[in-house]
Design a protein around this ligand. Sequence first.
Ligand SMILES: NC(=O)C1=CN([C@@H]2O[C@H](COP(=O)(O)OP(=O)(O)OC[C@H]3O[C@@H](n4cnc5c(N)ncnc54)[C@H](OP(=O)(O)O)[C@@H]3O)[C@@H](O)[C@H]2O)C=CC1
Ligand SMILES: O=C1O[C@H](COP(=O)(O)O)[C@@H](O)[C@H](O)[C@H]1O
Length: 496
Amino acid sequence: MNNMNPKSLIVIFGATGDLAKRKLFPSIYKLYQKGKLAEEFAVVGVARRSLSDEEFRSYVKQSVEDSTKQELKNDTFISHFYYHSLDVTNTASYQELKSLLERLDETYNVPGNRIFYLAMAPEFFGTITAHLKSEGLTATNGWKRLVIEKPFGHDLKTAKQLNQEIRKAFSEKEIFRIDHYLGKEMVQNIEAIRFANAIFEPLWNNRFIANIQITSSETLGVEDRGRYYDHSGALRDMVQNHMLQMVALLAMEPPIKLTTDEIRSEKVKVLRALRPIAHDEVDQYFVRGQYGRGVVKGKEVVGYREENNVDPNSNTETFVAGKLMIDNFRWAGVPFYIRTGKRMTEKSTKIVVQFKDVPMNLYYRTSETIAPNLLVIHIQPDEGITLHLNAKKSGETMKTTPIKLDYCNNCIDGINTPEAYEKLLYDCMRGDATNFTHWDEVAASWSFIDPISEVWENTKAADFPNYEAGSMGPKAADKLLQKDGFHWWPIHYNGQ
Ligand SMILES: NC(=O)C1=CN([C@@H]2O[C@H](COP(=O)(O)OP(=O)(O)OC[C@H]3O[C@@H](n4cnc5c(N)ncnc54)[C@H](OP(=O)(O)O)[C@@H]3O)[C@@H](O)[C@H]2O)C=CC1
Ligand SMILES: O=C1O[C@H](COP(=O)(O)O)[C@@H](O)[C@H](O)[C@H]1O
């Protein structure tokens, strides 16, 4: 196999759904356009509705054009797409799919390499993998890989059940659990910032860091995902996966090598070192919120309980703020604050590393306070790094003034950061599982999350809705930091 241009068949279950249309087809197209896919590939879309190959191809074409905002003039790319109508619960129709895959192996000279991408509701994951095995679709001469979308279970117990089901058909090495935050350029950059710079790693511990803050705010509401979201909530939707993955990357020990196994092993250690939160401690460490009506980006929007497919008395949180403690030598005493929510002021994901104050303020006569040094990692929508320092104010005084050293990744001409899904799909084709979550990480994350969700599910939040759409969440999220003598750094802090 030419590892840089892997030959494979990609079978997408749920090919007529939102994820396939908005993310997967455009990503496959970009890989093709960049020459990262050999001509020896085919994509088979699977869903219940009846479509001909031609109809499916024009659907894929439209999705690519919507994403690139350009007409797709050449049909060669689209000709690699095929459609197979199948109800995943119907055993008989898998045989036809098997024959189609065998035929495409020959047509495209693919040596039996198969990616099964489950872009479907999670209740089908176990059924599909069982059928893939029982009907012989996984018995191939080449490699086989399973890409599985979130949510991976609803709690530790259901995640374990799901894992046992899929492990009957695929080994751990063949399972690629997607966390699309791990495909984001600046999330991947955390390792480089830490391990390729002599100036940060010596300071990266409880002697020099006061706290670390991770904010992932969204302006969108639940859109048309109310049915799923109302049973999930922000804790399961964002914290169990994306937020904890960022914590793990920030807090892990330097791995002995940048290989999949070594990185994963260090991340797992962090997740295991998270201080467990007992039921009666949840209020001390975590804050939940739900948006009411408000104005987002100048537009009036309804409250969460008025959204489609949401219970009008819903107790589901659309906002979470939390204080995480990592009980190990490096991080003892350093709070990691996280917050995420829907219908907030701005779409933004940022990490702020706040360093401890200088031991004494020599400028006390002229500058009342000295701003702490901050390292800000801008994940999205802007990508970059800002280091906030203090310098002497120009002129004769001995006053200090905050200054910034800025690096903007997506301001550099020629850098067109690939979308997370594009990178992750390519990694999967090449068999690189570094940026996918291992079962041990999933299990450790659920172990941490479960007590919090148990308390929240069993106690009605009397103050819901407790934040206005378009705000930065409930006041209690600010108090969480104030108790420790800190505050959230604004997502637009400019150091002045
Ligand atoms: N959309 C997003 O942005 C994100 C989605 N995800 C996850 O990705 C997965 C898919 O999400 P999304 O695309 O939004 O879901 P959609 O509801 O938009 O799509 C579901 C797909 O499944 C097909 N389907 C449903 N039932 C069957 C069946 N019995 N047999 C065969 N096909 C069936 C549907 O097609 P048909 O009706 O024709 O059968 C459709 O193609 C979910 O796990 C979700 O949590 C994760 C992150 C983001
Ligand atoms: O996984 C999810 O992520 C999105 C936010 O992703 P982003 O890349 O736009 O930051 C979130 O909207 C969704 O609810 C959640 O399922």
